[in-house]
Design a protein around this ligand. Structure first.
Ligand SMILES: Cc1cc2nc3c(=O)[nH]c(=O)nc-3n(C[C@H](O)[C@H](O)[C@H](O)COP(=O)(O)OP(=O)(O)OC[C@H]3O[C@@H](n4cnc5c(N)ncnc54)[C@H](O)[C@@H]3O)c2cc1C
Length: 447
């Protein structure tokens, strides 16, 4: 038995589903918007809360907010947020297109508070999703199970819960207490003693590893931090205004239509514009930090490049990392208390989505151009995946760049998929997935 039922359930209140909620409020008929629920496992809406550091900035223009590209006159725009909280003058005076991350985070929270039709519930942790079937076995909805044991049924499901953290297999033998993935940085560091001289390793050579390395000097100032990476050294994102055009929402069509070799080349060449690089301004300040550390003879910070962590194990109350030097082949051991992982996100679909795919018997989890999960059977229900379709929709899929347009595509697809309705009391032949709709006088039914 279901604890409750909504027409549309969106899992996760990050940028993806907040953009969706805004699109539902502005584009969908009232009965759909008011019968839509967004659930979020955290107790507050925040952007990338684990690494929400006060000095970090968004890498994307504020004009690529949740809505402006789709509807520049929307009341949910970043500019209206600044105006509402009295910070428009300050922001203009800063003269920057890229806000601080804490500003974006506050904007998301403001949008969540400003919704008037779509409901949002915090502290609701989705643990699994399964298909719902009628007596004849036809798929007619989804059952979302929550951590508290309750369940929510819905005809439409929109997954926007982000990607799963990538923890390289070599660290599997270490206790969880020694491993801190970047998504957990702030809460985990808050639980450590600022005074203790921990021996720390940071793993990875991209932005999240760089931010943790930089933040650790303030958060654990007495610690000795060794930064390990396979790369020959740190480099900046290789981006330009030319390659940035591939982040345009209009490029999604071109990517989607590309043949496999074309997609592979685009993703390979674009990799250095988003992954495996560091923001140039951060690189400069990291080098200064390292320089002054050496100048003062402290030697608390160390970079070890061209190295693989070949093994990791717990020994005599410490973590022992076996490091294989890629240049010489030599193997050395490094003894640490804590390992900070800037190792990014898993490439495969998130666990919840894979679980649903298995329950549906899908050999492959993929979506159509409008983000609808491809099913092997006729269905009165539909499921949408947001932010996890880089392979089919291009490199911008995980970013803010395409949010406004993607939300509009998703809502348009839902509205087109919604014909089996009880219209002014008359039921269509297939009543397996009925939704009651009051048709307005002009006869429009959600299109
Ligand atoms: C540190 C960092 C910095 C970034 N900076 C930028 C940037 O500058 N510009 C840019 O364009 N992109 C940036 N990104 C990429 C980022 O993925 C997107 O900006 C954006 O956050 C993606 O939004 P999302 O809603 O798809 O996922 P997320 O932002 O990950 O939001 C998912 C939400 O779902 C919730 N959730 C997760 N699991 C569950 C569950 N089981 N039940 C209920 N709720 C759940 C989470 O708590 C979270 O609130 C950054 C990523 C990171 C990690």
């Amino acid at each position: 038995m279901m604890d409750r039922e909504v027409e549309l359930l969106a899992i996760g209140a990050g940028p993806s589903n907040l953009a969706l909620a805004v699109a539902l409020e502005e584009l969908a008929p009232d009965d759909l918007a008011r019968n839509s629920l967004v659930i979020e496992r955290a107790e507050a809406v925040q952007w990338q809360r684990g690494l929400l550091l006060p000095w970090t900035k968004s890498q994307v223009s504020f004009l690529k907010d949740l809505v402006t590209r789709r509807n520049p006159r929307s009341r949910f725009s970043f500019l209206n947020y600044l105006h509402s909280v009295g910070r428009l003058d300050d922001f203009i005076n800063m003269g920057s297109f890229t806000p601080y991350r804490i500003e974006i985070s506050d904007y998301l929270n403001w949008v969540a508070d400003s919704l008037t039709k779509v409901r949002l519930e915090l502290g609701q942790d989705c643990v699994s999703v399964e298909p719902r079937r009628d007596a004849s076995g036809s798929l007619n909805g989804w059952i979302t199970r929550l951590g508290d044991g309750s369940a929510i049924a819905s005809r439409y499901l929109v997954f926007g819960a982000g990607r799963d953290p990538h923890i390289p297999a070599v660290f599997a033998g270490l206790p969880a207490s020694r491993l801190i993935h970047s998504t957990q940085y702030r809460p985990r560091v808050a639980g450590l003693s600022r005074e203790l001289p921990y021996r720390v390793a940071v793993i990875g050579s991209a932005q999240s590893a760089a931010e943790m390395f930089r933040a650790l000097q303030d958060d654990l100032p007495n610690s000795e931090v060794t930064w390990l990476m396979r790369a020959i050294g740190l480099s900046a994102y290789q981006t330009s205004k030319f390659t940035n055009e591939l982040y345009y929402p209009s490029f999604v069509d071109k990517f989607f239509e590309a043949r496999p070799e074309g997609r592979e080349q685009i993703l390979r060449e674009m990799h250095h514009t988003n992954y495996s690089g560091v923001a140039p301004s951060l690189l400069e300040s990291l080098y200064s930090d390292l320089y002054t550390d050496r100048l003062a003879g402290l030697n608390r910070k160390r970079l070890i490049t061209m190295v693989d962590v070949a093994a990791a194990r717990e020994e005599a109350d410490e973590a022992v990392l076996e490091l294989a030097d890629r240049r010489t082949g030599a193997v050395t051991r490094l003894h640490r208390d804590l390992i900070f992982l800037g190792t990014g996100f898993a490439k495969q679909m998130p666990g919840i989505v894979r679980g649903l795919g298995a329950a549906l018997g899908l050999a492959e989890i993929t979506v159509n151009r409008r983000y609808r999960l491809a099913l092997d059977e006729p269905s009165a229900a539909a499921c949408y995946l947001q932010g996890v379709n880089e392979g089919t929709h291009g490199i911008a899929d995980t970013l803010l760049s395409v949010l406004a347009d993607r939300a509009a595509d998703t809502v348009a697809d839902i509205l087109a998929h919604r014909p089996r309705v009880k219209v002014n009391g008359h039921r269509p032949a297939d009543s397996s997935a009925l939704v009651t709709v009051r048709v307005p006088a002009d006869g429009r039914v959600g299109r």
